[in-house]
Design a protein around this ligand. Structure first.
Ligand code: SME
Length: 149
């Protein structure tokens, strides 16, 4: 995944007047298109003490609102860190969006002050799908989105 390729496109759209919601949509679109191993790509935004699903590509999920502290997504916010899970079957607090999911990565979206605004959340049907390169490139996109606040 080439994060700066995605943000270059996002910057073009922003220059053309795209709203923040539009840019979130374009971000998940660009990331999902970047690798066949990204089976589900979403952006959750922090809304009080819960995460609200903003945009996604992949199968629809009933988990559109996740409390901070719950699941991989809520744990990332509660512990203020990105989380890469090689095998979700080994987690006790995992919230399954799809039975086929084997690995998951959450990269936090922070604003210029470092305040967490949300997260990129990716699922893969392949175990250990996400490596340091994925995390680094996803962080490029997450940081760009954070700069919109
Ligand atoms: N697996 C996540 C829930 C979101 S779905 O993956 C789309 C979790 O455990 O928080």
């Amino acid at each position: 995944m080439d994060g700066s390729g995605v943000t270059t496109r996002l910057a073009e759209l922003r220059g053309a007047g795209a709203s923040r919601d539009d840019l979130m949509e374009a971000a998940v679109e660009g990331i999902a298109a970047a690798s066949a191993k990204y089976d589900w790509v979403g952006i959750y935004l922090l809304d009080g003490d819960a995460l609200e699903l903003q945009s996604f590509r992949g199968a629809p999920t009933e988990h559109t609102r996740i409390a901070v502290g719950h699941g991989v997504c809520g744990t990332a916010v509660a512990e203020n860190r990105d989380i890469n899970v090689p095998d979700v079957r080994e987690l006790d607090n995992y919230i399954a969006c799809s039975v086929g999911t084997r690995s998951e990565i959450v990269v936090l979206i922070r604003d210029a002050d470092g305040v967490v605004r949300g997260q990129l959340d990716l699922d893969s049907d392949t175990a250990s799908a996400f490596d340091d390169g994925d995390e680094r490139e996803l962080k490029v996109v997450a940081d760009w989105l954070g700069s919109l606040y």
